[in-house]
Ligand binder design. Structure first.
Ligand SMILES: C[S@@+](CC[C@H](N)C(=O)[O-])C[C@H]1O[C@@H](n2cnc3c(N)ncnc32)[C@H](O)[C@@H]1O
Length: 198
């Protein structure tokens, strides 16, 4: 993403830099800190965010979105399968829990206590998914990545099979208007906007 952005046509005052957010700090004159769907990957993101909020100057803005779906069946079923007798030994501690991302009020409190004006809300998008295993296809790019990293190829294929069998009951598919198979995939996201007072 960063490489493509650097190569794209863009305003001359824009620069792009790849960095590990775990070790990143805003420049003192930062006007806006924007983060989309990233904080959930950072262990201890609440403390990191509190540090960034502290470092920003008065008048600076933050705009952040995190997925609020770690308690949804797509993730809860994955944890159940991983905790089952067949996988517990190999996958112990690999998957994160449903509190990996906080509730909206937690982020609201964080912003307010850091001296920010806060506007926090959540939205559930009812995504229309297509294909035979749409939920599995989706989580392959996100929540399943740590499982894939922890297992060899054959075990990972077997884990996917176990997950596939269980997950379809939670997301029944039906026939859409043009005869294709469609599935509803509710996806909750948490948004926060803040401006530092003072
Ligand atoms: C769901 S994607 C969102 C990407 C992009 N922000 C967007 O909205 O399309 C999650 C992103 O978090 C990035 N990420 C995960 N851990 C990171 C870290 N420690 N430092 C920086 N980026 C990280 C991943 O590389 C990935 O691009």
């Amino acid at each position: 993403m960063i490489r493509q952005a650097s190569r794209s046509e863009h305003e001359p005052n824009l620069g792009f830099e790849l960095a590990d957010a775990l070790h990143w700090h805003p420049e003192p004159d930062t006007d806006l800190l924007f983060s989309n769907a990233m904080l959930q990957w950072l262990p201890g993101h609440r403390e990191l965010l509190a540090g960034w909020l502290d470092e920003l100057k008065p008048g600076a803005h933050v705009a952040i979105q995190v997925p609020g779906n770690f308690g949804s069946p797509s993730h809860a079923v994955m944890r159940q399968v991983a905790d089952g007798a067949a996988w517990a030994q190999k996958l112990s501690g690999v998957l994160r829990h449903d509190d990996v991302v906080g509730e909206p009020e937690e982020y609201q409190r964080l912003l307010l206590q850091a001296g920010y004006q806060a506007n926090v809300w959540e939205t559930t998008y009812h995504q229309v998914m297509v294909g035979e295993d749409p939920i599995l296809d989706w989580v392959r790019g996100t929540a399943l990545l740590p499982v894939k990293a922890a297992l060899d190829a054959e075990d990972y294929r077997r884990f996917e099979d176990d997950y596939r069998v269980q997950i379809s009951a939670h997301y029944p598919s039906f026939t859409g208007p043009d005869g294709t198979k469609v599935t509803n995939f509710p996806f909750r996201r948490i948004f926060m906007i803040g401006r530092k007072l003072g």
